[in-house]
Design a protein around this ligand. Structure first.
Ligand code: NAG
Ligand code: NAG
Length: 330
């Protein structure tokens, strides 16, 4: 098939336009161009980060009159982050930025940003200009923060089960939190997880779950930062002994308690009984004592009457003898 002369001339026209456009761009951009980073740069809260700005060049840059400027585009407001030739920078960035001057000849115009804040997130433009050329590239800074290991707490008893809580703070962006079993699968129990914004946009996680007796006793609380694919996990293994009913020590404990109670009751009974015996005995002894006293008194009175009778008898005997003596005279 013969190619149409119209379409082939159209094509060469297209190429010509493309070449012109490319020439125009490289003319505007100058001799060099910046290699923009493919992905956003991730910075960790309160750490430092390097925002890359690399000029594509094979030979060292000899231009001494270069200016490097970093600007943050924040909701239609342009914030001066760094200016190599010393124009005043924004207060928020003072003392937190640095350029690698000694790397300039290699085309490295990267910016070091220290102690990064949540508000540092955004689109940064690296602008490089000399008398002969000019180029700029946009670098996106995204923040991340990994919280601490989750803390699992045995919170309380919930009926026959045990209530657990899990907490961790210091996350950004909003993390994902899961309750898992010993095989790393989602638990089927009723659970709740809330990740709320705490201080200045940083997230904290608070979860709860109730474990029923007789289920998989190994629980883990896992918190995932999906932006940086990092996770923190804490595990706990709850022994059956901690469940309120199925505790193996509870039955012996109750038996011991009952036996102890019986022993105390028995001892108390015995004690009371012996007290009663003692008082009975005392009563009896005092009764006997009194009886003896009475007997003694009775004996004494009898003795008296007896003595009186004896005295009477003696008196009579004496009288009788004297009368007998009188009779003998006759
Ligand atoms: C620029 O230089 C700094 C400091 O030596 C280095 O850490 C960084 O990786 C360099 N950047 C590029 C894009 O080469
Ligand atoms: C567990 O649940 C989360 C959502 O709640 C889901 O993203 C995840 O894939 C689940 N994992 C498994 C192992 O089923």
């Amino acid at each position: 098939m013969k190619s149409s002369p119209i379409s082939s001339s159209m094509c060469s026209f297209c190429s010509a336009v493309w070449i012109l456009i490319l020439l125009q761009i490289s003319h505007v951009a100058g001799h060099f161009s910046i290699k923009p980073p493919k992905n956003p740069i991730i910075g960790y809260l309160e750490m430092e980060v390097i925002l890359p700005c690399q000029i594509e060049t094979l030979k060292p840059l000899t231009d001494t009159n270069i200016n490097v400027q970093w600007i943050l585009d924040k909701s239609s407001q342009k914030i001066e982050v760094k200016n190599y030739q010393g124009a005043t920078e924004d207060k928020r960035y003072q003392g937190r930025t640095q350029l690698f001057d000694s790397e300039f000849n290699k085309g490295n115009m990267s910016l070091l940003l220290r102690n990064i804040h949540l508000s540092d997130q955004g689109l940064y433009t690296c602008i490089i200009s000399s008398q002969k050329w000019y180029d700029e590239a946009v670098v996106e800074l995204v923040l991340a923060a990994n919280g601490g290991d989750p803390t699992i707490t045995l919170a309380d008893y919930k009926g026959q089960g045990i209530g657990l809580t899990c907490s961790s703070e210091g996350w950004y962006p909003r993390p994902q939190a899961l309750w898992l079993d010993s095989r790393g699968e989602n638990r089927t129990e009723k659970s709740a997880i809330a990740n709320t914004e705490a201080v200045a946009g940083i997230f904290q996680v608070f979860g709860s779950i109730t474990l029923e007796p007789g289920v998989d006793n190994e629980v883990s609380c896992k918190i995932i930062n999906n932006l940086v694919k990092s996770e923190r996990e804490s595990r706990i293994l709850i022994s059956d002994a901690f469940y309120p009913t199925s505790s193996p020590w509870i039955a012996p404990f109750i038996i011991i308690l009952v036996l102890f109670g019986c022993l105390i009751a028995f001892l108390a009974y015995k004690w009371r009984q012996s007290l009663q015996e003692v008082s009975q005995f005392e009563k009896e002894t005092s009764q006997k004592k009194r009886e003896r006293v009475c007997e003694k008194e009775a004996i004494e009175t009898e003795k008296c009457t007896f003595q009186a009778a004896l005295a009477d008898i003696q008196e009579r005997q004496e009288r009788l003898q004297s009368e007998l003596g009188k009779l003998e005279y006759f």
